[in-house]
Design a protein around this ligand. Sequence first.
Ligand SMILES: Cc1cc2nc3c(=O)[nH]c(=O)nc-3n(C[C@H](O)[C@H](O)[C@H](O)COP(=O)(O)OP(=O)(O)OC[C@H]3O[C@@H](n4cnc5c(N)ncnc54)[C@H](O)[C@@H]3O)c2cc1C
Length: 370
Amino acid sequence: MKTVIVGNGIVALTCALRLAQRGGEVALVGDPARAGSATLAAAAMLNSFAELGPGALATELDHAKLALSREATRRWRELGAEISKVGGLTALGHGTGTYVLDAGDGTFEMITRQLAEAGEPHAIVEAAEVPGYAPARRVARAVRIDGEGWLDPSRVVAALERVLGAAPGVTLIAGIAARLRTAHGALAGVELEGGTVIEGDRYLLANGASVSALLDRSALGVRVQRVRYGIGSTLELRAPVAHTACLRGQGVYSVPRGEHVVIGSTNLVVDAPTADPTAADRIRAAAVAQLDARLADAPLVREHVGWRPIGEDAYPLIGSTSIANLAIASGTRRDGFHLAPVIAAHLADVLTGGPGDPRFALFGPERIAR
Ligand SMILES: Cc1cc2nc3c(=O)[nH]c(=O)nc-3n(C[C@H](O)[C@H](O)[C@H](O)COP(=O)(O)OP(=O)(O)OC[C@H]3O[C@@H](n4cnc5c(N)ncnc54)[C@H](O)[C@@H]3O)c2cc1C
């Protein structure tokens, strides 16, 4: 059996790895320019409880997602050891220790309550104890979540590509999928810009925020939730003092990345890719005001811009579709980097005829947005 995967972000790469490990052929079609790569723009925080905002855990989907997210952290440890044989996760830029600052809007109490109920190691600390925290006006306290951390996405992508490049049965194809071809009610091939057609037995669309554009061009008639572009930036700065922990304020965060610090982020939700020229200034102003005033003069190393895939109800769109040999993995919005290992394990099982993880049943791509 041959699976054709469209995309080359964290979701496509991890799905390719897990499918290849089950035998069979895998062809991965990815834009070599990685236009709009959310994966490379991500701060790559591996957060579960720190992600919870006001109104979180209101629905069944929220609870399922939190459980999957906690499992994803465990699975990253296994995946890191597999793809980086020397050094494991540490060689991929991993660190832990996430501080959520008390913004006074009730989120802090909600997060600490959830942490306590789940038995997740954490401590409430005074602001003065938070490493790297130095805004002009401090909040009083923060909660340190010991097990929540981050990775360096470019190192992870490089490691996955290295492993896939050497894996038997895997072909990495540099190209852009122009449209999907059908025959007798099933998918029959992916036509690339330039006309080459890549054929397989089953297909997985994991091309992030551009999934709806590809479906539109292909006129398949599947009613998948529309995915929009959440244009987001992160800034990688030379750190004025070493940052050793992830700090989370209101709509702004900082994450250590070697000698640099990554601050983020913005989210401009639109129907087609566009520029957000003031994003960098907005992020830096928020980070200076809320996290560390010394970041005002920190030299910019680069601005990363990526397109978050955002479905109509803002939950992931993962699983098979009413076209029997077509599956979709998109809609991961702001935590798809973290969730990738659980998505990959589930889809590798589903695509090889297994039942998959039942918690993903709620996230089918053709569900009606509530
Ligand atoms: C600023 C920002 C910060 C974020 N921070 C975090 C974080 O801290 N933690 C976290 O877990 N998540 C974070 N996210 C979200 C996370 O990055 C995404 O959920 C995740 O990376 C989505 O992965 P993906 O593989 O689906 O999409 P992408 O990474 O966007 O990959 C899709 C790839 O497919 C390619 N492609 C598109 N169309 C085609 C085509 N037709 N043919 C071939 N190739 C195509 C694209 O060029 C791209 O390289 C962040 C996102 C942004 C933008």
